[in-house]
Design a protein. Structure first.
Length: 250
């Protein structure tokens, strides 16, 4: 992926990693369109960051995705990068029947959302200049956090889906990238923004932008902090890492 000269659409960029990436790309002179559900928050962000554009989108709603596609491509016919950032993460007790509503909402947002975004935008990207479709998985795609089983499962599914997508689009100009974050100090989970075990957001963004710049042909964007999860199966540490995530070293 080239780091400049892009027009990007980032659904799920009203806070955290998504907003951080949006502002980093904008600072490099790219045209950036952020997406989110809350129009008042989008308006606030646009007012605070001149040049940023925003489009309302609910990635759990196919009609909203279709409308956002028409709006983004109508305003920005040079669109060439879509980053499927929107996601939710909630703890679940699988012995409590109430977990099912959380699981269904998580699957709709984290898995169906990116798939629907791909279906809407991929034909457009094939005609674009230097096109990129970026998914966002997680280190937990490779070793699950038992407290968030459905989140971890959706991120494993996104990784698998991205691998297949990359193979199927190999004959097209669309580059398929997978961003694989570790725990980052954001509000994704309660208390995560202050967690000493999570990576500071600005440090994460620094490393991600450097990787994109220095490894333009990479398939996965892997900061150093996510390596212990990404490589756990290969290096034989999976049982230990899973035990650590479960809260008890095995």
């Amino acid at each position: 992926m080239q780091i400049t000269g892009n027009t990007l659409f980032i659904p799920g960029a009203t806070s955290g990693i998504g907003l951080g990436l949006a502002l980093r790309f904008q600072a490099l002179g790219n045209t950036v369109v952020i997406g989110g559900r809350r129009t008042e928050l989008l308006d606030e962000l646009v007012a605070g960051h001149p040049g940023l554009d925003a489009v309302q989108i609910d990635t759990t709603d196919p009609d909203s995705i279709a409308e956002a596609f028409r709006t983004v491509t109508g305003r920005h016919p040079e669109l060439n990068v879509v980053i499927a950032m929107a996601g939710v993460m909630q703890a679940e007790n699988l012995r409590d029947p109430a977990f099912l509503a959380t699981a269904e909402r998580t699957i709709t947002t984290n898995l169906l959302g990116p798939i629907r975004l791909l279906a809407a935008f991929e034909p457009w990207l094939e005609q674009a200049r230097n096109p990129v479709f970026m998914t966002v998985s997680s280190g937990l795609a490779f070793v699950p956090l038992p407290a968030t089983p459905t989140y971890s499962a959706t991120k494993a599914a996104i990784h698998s889906f991205t691998e297949s997508l990359r193979v199927q689009l190999a004959g097209t100009p669309v580059q398929v990238l997978e961003l694989v974050p570790p725990a980052v100090q954001t509000d994704l989970m309660p208390g995560q923004a202050e967690s000493p075990t999570a990576m500071p957001l600005e440090a994460f963004l620094d490393e991600v932008m450097l990787l994109i710049e220095t490894q333009p042909d990479a398939a996965e964007i892997l900061v150093e902090n996510v390596g212990f999860l990404r490589n756990a199966v290969a290096n034989g540490s999976y049982p230990r890492v899973l035990g650590m995530l479960a809260g008890a070293e095995r």
